[in-house]
Write a new protein. Structure first.
Length: 346
């Protein structure tokens, strides 16, 4: 069930996005053409039953559409998607309440060990998309860029990257005339989020967030907060960008160039906070996975599934990787049938 507060935030986000537009013209240029060599999804016979996918809020825009398209193709299939954070996906997988966990970060070795203790085998990892964890400011903010060391001093409690002073005001980052003495207002994700875990690992080097940070349950909420707060800064997935906020170019270290989250920098890895998005599947090594699980994975890595990813501001994986995954997951069910190519709705 979606909580009432989440509905209110979602409605507000839609209203504000309608007011400001989904993104600036430069953001539209991020969208690359999809490689038509990615294997298309083919319908198979006899897919029915139920499937539960739990996890990442970042991945919600496309996991819900993947589920909707598969249910349209297979009327006997019921798919439940719950997107309250990557940690909830892991918990549901361990408790047997979900067959697939959607996670916006990679499982840790400790988490994999926990899964193995419970089931006796490792979870199956399936990369399904590429994202840029983006630092957003209000569109009125003129900051040129930030280093990861500065981000650590802004967002994190311990400054493990070594900056000697705490950054509290926009003047500390070089802004003047109306900004110099203004406190920086922090926005980010809560503890259930894979986005928060990724940021803590790759920016804070494992430290906690600064206690003044406002923690939101959803990625859209972070962007909405910054849209309303001229002096705000926060982190979210690139797919949640609107024209009312601006992504801050980042540098891995002092003296290095600032890199914007563009298609080129995200795909070639030069953007410092590039990340892969995953499905983790409880797939026993002996015996086939359920047809519902298999078809969900196949659709995710198909041409049609990756088009959904692209349509929502994220990026496809390399064609070779996608086609390799499709081959692996198609093998047990190839005899069941490739009948017709599936075409998702626009």
């Amino acid at each position: 069930m979606v909580r009432r507060t989440d509905r209110i935030v979602a409605i507000l986000a839609l209203l504000l996005i309608g007011l400001y537009g989904p993104a600036s013209p430069s953001f539209a240029q991020l969208k690359p053409p999809l490689d038509q060599k990615i294997q298309g999804y083919l319908l198979v016979k006899g897919v029915s039953g139920s499937l539960t996918v739990v996890g990442s809020d970042t991945m919600k825009p496309f996991t819900e559409i993947w589920a909707g398209e598969l249910q349209r193709f297979y009327p006997g299939l019921v798919i439940r998607v719950e997107s309250l954070g990557s940690e909830t996906g892991l918990s549901a997988l361990l408790e047997g309440k979900a067959q697939i966990a959607a996670m916006s970060r990679r499982m840790t070795s400790q988490e994999i060990s926990e899964f193995m203790r419970e089931f006796g085998y490792e979870p199956t990892e399936v990369p399904v998309a590429v994202d840029a964890l983006t630092v957003f400011v209000h569109r009125d903010n003129s900051i040129i860029g930030l280093t990861l060391q500065e981000l650590d001093s802004v967002f994190c409690a311990e400054r493990r990257r070594g900056l000697k002073y705490r950054i509290d005001t926009w003047g500390d980052l070089g802004l003047d005339t109306g900004w110099a003495d203004t406190p920086i207002h922090l926005y980010g994700r809560d503890g259930r989020s894979g986005t928060a875990a990724f940021f803590r690992e790759h920016v804070c080097e494992g430290a906690d967030f600064h206690p003044t940070m406002t923690k939101s349950a959803g990625s859209a909420s972070v962007v909405v907060d910054i849209m309303k707060d001229r002096y705000g800064i926060g982190f979210s997935g690139i797919g949640y960008r609107t024209s009312a906020v601006r992504p801050v170019p980042l540098a891995s270290a002092s003296g290095m160039r600032y890199v914007e989250p563009t298609i080129q920098s995200i795909m070639d890895g030069s953007y410092p906070l590039r990340r892969t998005l995953y499905l983790y599947v409880n797939r026993p090594p002996k015996g086939p996975a359920s047809p519902a699980v298999v078809e969900f994975v196949k659709f995710a890595v198909s041409l049609q599934g990756q088009q959904v990813v692209l349509n929502h501001g994220y990026f496809p994986l390399a064609t070779e990787e996608l086609n390799r995954t499709m081959t692996v997951w198609s093998a047990p069910f190839r005899a069941a049938s490739a009948e017709n190519p599936a075409t998702p709705r626009k």
